[in-house]
Design a binder for this molecule. Sequence first.
Ligand code: NDP
Length: 296
Amino acid sequence: MPKLKSIAVTGSTGQLGQSFKHIAVNYPCYDFTFVGRGDLDFNEPESIIDYFEQHQFDVIINCAAYTAVDKAESEPELARQINHLAVKKLAGIASNQNAKFIHISTDYVFNGKQYRPYNELDGIAPQSVYGETKLAGEQAIFEIMPVNAIVIRTSWVYSEYGNNFVKTMLRLGSERDALNVIFDQIGTPTYAQDLATAILAIVDSKDFTTSVFNSELYHYSNEGVCSWYDFAKVIFSHSEIECIVSPIETKDYPTPATRPHYSLLNKTKIKQHFNVTIPYWQDSLRKCLKNLQEKA
Ligand code: NDP
C-alpha cells in the first residue's frame, strides 16, 4: 500500500493543531509540518498561494479557523475570509497539487431544534455568522474537490491548550464559590487529542491511502451527552473543586451569537467507515484534567 508521508497541519497554534503536535511523536512514519499564522495568513490570500508554491504535501489537515463565535457577529467579513474564502483557496491548492485534504467544521451548522443526534444528511440551518461561514467553507470544499477531501464536523472542543470551557471552569472554580452555567444547551464535549488521533487513523486507512476517494462528510465528538451545566459539575467533581454550580437558561445568559440548544452528533458513519473507537467524554476529560494538573 503506498504510504502518504508528508502532512501539513495548519492552525498549529490552536487547540487541535497543538494536539496534533503532541501526538505526532507516536507517528514516526509521517513527516509533519506545523504551519502557523506566521507561515501563512488566512486573511492574506496571496500568502496562502506563496506558501504552497514553495511547499507541497501529500495531506493537508486544516485546523485553522476563526473560532470567536460571539465576536464573529461583529466581524462577519473577517470570519468569512478565514472560514470560507481561505478554505476555498486551500481546497483549490490541494486539488491542483493532488493532495488529500481534511477540514474541520462544526455542530453550529445546525439550528439545534432536532431531538435525535444529527447525522450527516440532516438539514443545515446555521444560527450565527460563525456557523454560516463554516458551512460556506464546507460547501466550497465539496464544490472544488468532489474527490480526495474529508470534512469532519465536531463540537465543544477542549484540550490542555488555549482557551476552552474546561480551563475557564478550572479558573473560575478556583476564584469563586458559586457559578451559574447554562443547562438548556445539550451536546457532547470533544477532547482535541481524541479528534486528532481519529484523524490520523483515517489518514492511515486503506480507503484514504489508495488513490482517489469520493469526498465525504463525517461527524465526530466524544461519546455520551451532557449540558454545559453537567460538564461544569463533572469538571469540578473530578478536580475536587468545591464550587456550587447552578443551572441557568440560555435566555438568562445573553450572548451576541445564537447557539443551538441541541447539537448531539451521530457518529455512526465515521465509526463504521474507519473503524474508529470513540472514548466516552468523561474518560477523556479525566485524561485532560490529569495532564493539566501535571503541567501546573
Ligand atoms: P482554535 O481557536 O484553538 O485555533 C484556531 C487556529 O486558527 C489557531 O492556530 C489560529 O492561529 C488559527 N488562525 C486564526 N486566524 C488565522 C489566520 N488569519 N491565519 C492563519 N491562522 C489563523 O481552534 P480549535 O483548535 O478549537 O478548532 C479547530 C477546528 O475545530 C476549527 O475548524 C473550528 O472551527 C472547529 N471547531 C471548534 C470547536 C470548539 O469548540 N473550539 C467546536 C466545533 C468545531 P493564532 O493562534 O495565530 O490565532
